[in-house]
Design a protein around this ligand. Structure first.
Ligand code: HEC
Ligand code: HEC
Ligand code: HEC
Ligand code: HEC
Ligand code: HEC
Ligand code: HEC
Ligand code: HEC
Length: 404
């Protein structure tokens, strides 16, 4: 194999933490009891497509839909050709490999394969990166290598050290944010959260945000002329708190649950399912996974009735439309009457529009999504949009300088 020829002179020492049943990080995350509801109530997004074709068409391109999927040639990101398929440094040698129609990560010790585990489910759309998980009995574990989009390479998965670990267990909370449903079958003697291998719904799908749809479909099939939706949740009709709570379930950071994962449904109050989050200073909130926390600290949020859907369409992939967000700002900040930045004399309006969010919601390095790159010991951060809307003087000056 090519990569061995390249590195044959280096002594490769791997410490493989073989996933026996010495599960290291599980006990504190284990759910007490698993009694979350069954998936029988779910019709599946494809059933919605018949009558909501446009929304379905948008949804299948969205990061919500793409965030978990069965691992296969279509859904997997990253290189599998022998020149670029591995991660190597003095203590670690792991390769991402394709064998017939299946994909594996294999740890090698002095050239000999020691441990190989399949890619079963991908997690992450790949906008920033994609990690993968595998079944071991009814447990799910993270694979040691994660594809990091910014640098187009395999890196050590967040949460792993530079050892060849295969034993980071995937909790029900992790899946609650990245999927619609997993049936949890954890018992008192489980070493970590256990899941049914046949009862799960991947992707953040329609019914996660709209509640179970079987009754709604049955009603509209029977009453094809009815123009008002029945027996379905529409978040547009939520109170501000309900609307925020739905998004906050997954965009509100690491909350401590008080009920089993997957019991919260759209429209419920978050405080009935999670401990009240203590307010932290913005400097301690990570840009990853806690858009709510950052936004809630902003004057825009505190002095208006703003929710997430003031700016976002939860059905769409908006990643190519970043520069269009100024239209949303202008619903509250009229650029004509506003002394926007007191720069209007010298700087053209379209420059301001194009940079609204770059100056007031700049991208920042995450301390939570960090990966170890080949040959490096200090982790590299992914960059995320800050939802703390504010004046960032230095960043603004820097952006202004590019104009002059
Ligand atoms: C047999 C046709 C049909 C199917 C299948 C269907 N719907 Fe509907 N739905 C309707 C009709 C008709 C309306 C009312 C008109 C409208 O708002 O588009 C509606 C309205 C809605 C509304 C708005 C309700 C409101 O209170 O304003 C939501 C949300 C919704 N549907 C979600 C879904 C979801 C999610 C699915 C899949 C689980 C689904 N629908 C499947 C026919 C259908
Ligand atoms: C069940 C969990 C869950 C819920 C509920 C949820 N999200 Fe998300 N959302 C995610 C995950 C996970 C991602 C990241 C997907 C990825 O890239 O892998 C995401 C991504 C996004 C993105 C980025 C998409 C892009 O185009 O860059 C936006 C915006 C977003 N969500 C808004 C919302 C809003 C608004 C709500 C509430 C109406 C909401 N989400 C509810 C889990 C959720
Ligand atoms: C991440 C959460 C989320 C997901 C996933 C999601 N929706 Fe929605 N949906 C919303 C929100 C929030 C609204 C209210 C939008 C608004 O008023 O701006 C909404 C509104 C709607 C409406 C009312 C009509 C409208 O445009 O206001 C329909 C119909 C609907 N969704 C169908 C679907 C279908 C079908 C799917 C899956 C293909 C789906 N939704 C997936 C959050 C979601
Ligand atoms: C509280 C909800 C939540 C939990 C728990 C959570 N995530 Fe995420 N994750 C998100 C959201 C939201 C995003 C996308 C937006 C962001 O990063 O803020 C995301 C992004 C990601 C991405 C990057 C996707 C991309 O391409 O941008 C990966 C990979 C990922 N998560 C894996 C995991 C794994 C593995 C776990 C469990 C060990 C986990 N997440 C736990 C909510 C969560
Ligand atoms: C729903 C209405 C609303 C929207 C939408 C909105 N804002 Fe605001 N914003 C406000 C309010 C209200 C204030 C507080 C004004 C005050 O204190 O006088 C504010 C304050 C601000 C401030 C001053 C913050 C500070 O710390 O001094 C900035 C900068 C700002 N907004 C930028 C934006 C940008 C950029 C957008 C679009 C991405 C936006 N706003 C969207 C309502 C909104
Ligand atoms: C004032 C407008 C505004 C509000 C309100 C808002 N966002 Fe955003 N959001 C943005 C902008 C602008 C971006 C950047 C889009 C881009 O760069 O592609 C963004 C990006 C995101 C992303 C992708 C993060 C990334 O770095 O790729 C997620 C996830 C997200 N928002 C979730 C939320 C959630 C959840 C809420 C409510 C708690 C929310 N947003 C409220 C304007 C807003
Ligand atoms: C080149 C960077 C830059 C751009 C682009 C920019 N701003 Fe600002 N903005 C600033 C700075 C710096 C301040 C604070 C100093 C000032 O008021 O001049 C500010 C102040 C503000 C304030 C608070 C004003 C007040 O009177 O308290 C709001 C609201 C605001 N900007 C909104 C916007 C909106 C909306 C856009 C897009 C149409 C935008 N800004 C584009 C840098 C920028």
């Amino acid at each position: 194999m090519l990569f061995f020829r390249k590195y044959h002179a280096v002594a490769v020492v791997i410490t493989i933490t073989i996933m026996g049943l010495s599960l290291n990080n599980c006990s504190q995350n284990k759910s007490a009891v698993a009694n979350n509801p069954g998936p029988e109530k779910f019709a599946g997004s494809q059933a919605c497509a018949r009558c909501h074709k446009d929304i379905y068409g948008q949804h299948v391109q969205s990061f919500h839909h793409l965030t978990t999927a069965l691992a296969n040639a279509q859904t997997l990101k990253g290189n599998f050709d022998s020149a670029n398929n591995f991660f190597f440094n003095d203590h670690l040698f792991i390769a991402a490999e394709k064998k017939q129609d299946s994909f594996y990560q294999t740890a090698y010790l002095y050239g000999a394969p020691k441990l190989s585990r399949p890619f079963n489910i991908v997690m992450g759309s790949g906008k920033r990166g994609q990690t993968s998980i595998y079944w071991f009995g009814n447990y799910l574990f993270q694979l040691p290598l994660t594809y990091f989009t910014e640098t187009n390479e395999w890196t050590v998965s967040p949460g792993y050290s530079r050892k060849a670990d295969f034993n980071r267990s995937i909790t029900s909370r992790c899946l609650e944010c990245h999927s619609t449903y997993f049936q949890e079958i954890t018992t008192k003697s489980s070493k970590a959260d256990e899941f049914s291998k046949s009862n799960f719904v991947l992707g953040v799908e329609c019914e996660k945000c709209h509640g179970p749809g079987i009754e709604h479909i049955a009603f509209h099939e029977k009453n094809p002329n009815e123009k008002i939706g029945h027996a379905i949740v529409n978040p547009a009709k939520f109170s501000r708190i309900q609307s925020l709570d739905l998004c906050r379930l997954c965009h509100g950071g690491a909350l401590n649950k008080t009920r089993p994962s997957f019991s919260f449904e759209a429209g419920n109050k978050l405080v009935d399912y999670f401990q009240e989050d203590t307010a932290k200073p913005v400097s301690q909130i990570d840009v990853h996974g806690n858009q709510y926390g950052m936004l809630a600290a902003s004057k825009c949020f505190q002095n208006s009735e703003m929710t997430c859907i003031t700016c976002h369409d939860a059905h769409k992939n908006e990643s190519k439309q970043a520069m269009q967000f100024y239209v949303k700002c202008e619903t509250c900040h009229k650029s004509s009457s506003h002394n926007i930045c007191k720069l209007t004399e010298t700087v053209k309006q379209n420059f301001l529009n194009a940079n609204c969010i770059n100056c007031h919601m700049p991208e920042q390095a995450s301390k939570a999504i960090m990966v170890i790159r080949q040959g490096e010991t200090i982790p590299t951060s992914a960059h995320m949009r800050s939802h703390y809307i504010s004046v960032y003087k230095d960043i603004s000056d820097q952006i202004l300088r590019t104009k002059k």
